[in-house]
Design a binder for this molecule. Structure first.
Ligand code: FES
Length: 154
């Protein structure tokens, strides 16, 4: 079933000429575990005649992709200097206490994965955090419960 969906995405990709990254995003979005399994990359490689090593290089370069299963929601906290100077440590500590995970880990219920992210280009609004595609600027520890509730009520 998923192979058929991936093949359809590839057909659309061939017609539209979108960037390869867009296709890889769409394929990753098919997996609730937020990752690109080896068999999905193999299929893309075979269908598009792209060496599998090139796909792995691309996927490994961009932090938005993962080769291992992650949580339903990805929390990314910017760890570049302007954000790190703000409440970065307290925020990551508070997230760890609330979710019982550290950076790079996934909650037992597979709802959240916590990741570090390099600069998101909003340095004047540090500290910046993303949850999935949502951006939170000037974020602080006090805002965390409300932010996390947004994603746990689904
Ligand atoms: S350093 Fe965090 S957004 Fe640029």
């Amino acid at each position: 079933m998923r192979n058929e969906e991936i093949k359809q995405l590839i057909e659309d990709y061939k017609k539209t000429g979108e960037p390869l990254l867009t296709l890889l995003h769409q394929v990753q979005d098919l997996y609730p575990e937020n990752y690109l399994p080896a068999e999905a990359l193999k299929l893309v490689s075979n269908e598009l005649k792209i060496p599998i090593s090139s796909l792995y290089s691309t996927v490994s370069f961009y932090s938005m992709f993962s080769l291992k299963p992650r949580g339903k929601h990805i929390i990314r906290v910017c760890s570049s200097p302007p954000c790190k100077l703000e409440e970065y440590d307290s925020l990551v500590e508070a997230l760890g206490e609330k979710l019982h995970i550290g950076v790079g880990e996934t909650t037992k219920d597979k709802q959240f994965t916590l990741e570090e992210q390099s600069c998101l280009g909003l340095c004047s609004l540090a500290l910046v955090m993303m949850v999935d595609d949502d951006i939170y600027k000037n974020v602080n520890v006090a805002q965390l419960p409300e932010i996390l509730d947004t994603y746990t009520e689904e």
